[in-house]
Write a protein that binds this ligand. Sequence first.
Ligand SMILES: Cc1ncc(COP(=O)(O)O)c(C=O)c1O
Length: 332
Amino acid sequence: MIIGIGRAGLLYSVISPVDTQLLIYGDAKEVQMYDHLSVWLNGKMIPWPEAKVPLLSHGFSRGSAIFEIFDTHEGPTGTVAFRMDKHLNRLMRSAELLGMQTGYSTRQIAEAVVETVKANNIGRGLIKIMAYWGEEAVIQLVLDSKLDVAVFAIPSSEELGLDNARPVSACISKWRKLHPETVPVEAKACANYLNGYLARRDANLRGFNVGLLVGTDGFLAEGSVESVFLVKDGVLKTPSLGRILSGITRLSILQAAPAIGIRTSEEPVLPEDLFTADEIFVCNTGVKILPVARFEDRTLEAPGPITRQLMELMKSILNFSDDRFKDWFSPM
Ligand SMILES: Cc1ncc(COP(=O)(O)O)c(C=O)c1O
């Protein structure tokens, strides 16, 4: 792969656009050990190796745990978290959609995040929150106890690939997106990720980085751990909510794009639309925007002009050089 430096200082390939061996966020081998870190578990800081659940806990054996993941940045006056309020609200919404209740309020979990970031001295990094039934439930299917909550703060590393905004390849997955009438797909629930796992695995086996899932209704949904956008005739389009996770990066892009004069539309998108799109990108908390340089057998400019503008905008927001979005950050 040949690497060039974009106007925004972002690395991107210029000749051979896609490296199919590229490990993207979610694929990276996490070789480093986290044992030296501390974890917030139900109000106490404990060593990472002690943050465990029984094999027969409901969260593990039924896959019923819910979670959130968001990023921290080194701000001018210390570490800040990106859109923590939105992520914590989504955690509560996941619980509500599944008839669960966390043992803690949003404010208490926000305080736990701050405590965990401070205890581990995290600057650029990731926060992962797990909420789950940690007690053993050998046969009992429906529980009504409050969920346990664990907060992990993980420092950025090359392996995590948080700052690898590189072009990727994408295909349509042979797997369909979970139907929203079978499970609430807006809940960020561990069990829902078997769907994403299969799509990513299928894509990787076919030599692509990202597998895009189409719903059983024939409309495009999202990637395994990514929201999807396309640009057509200057308009930025993304599938409407209802059949996808309500991505916070997706929301941020939709909110920020008009500030640089980009028109947006949330609408039903057909997989065919990707074959005629001028630009395609996927996005999530980890890497923000990943331009798609190859979609099935099509080669696309990556990043195309609108994707590039959005990447630059996102970069300036995350560099704290755009005051319009400063309330997107919570001090730690
Ligand atoms: C299924 C799915 N869609 C979309 C996203 C992107 O969401 P966010 O921007 O909140 O990270 C994720 C993130 O992990 C996801 O798992």
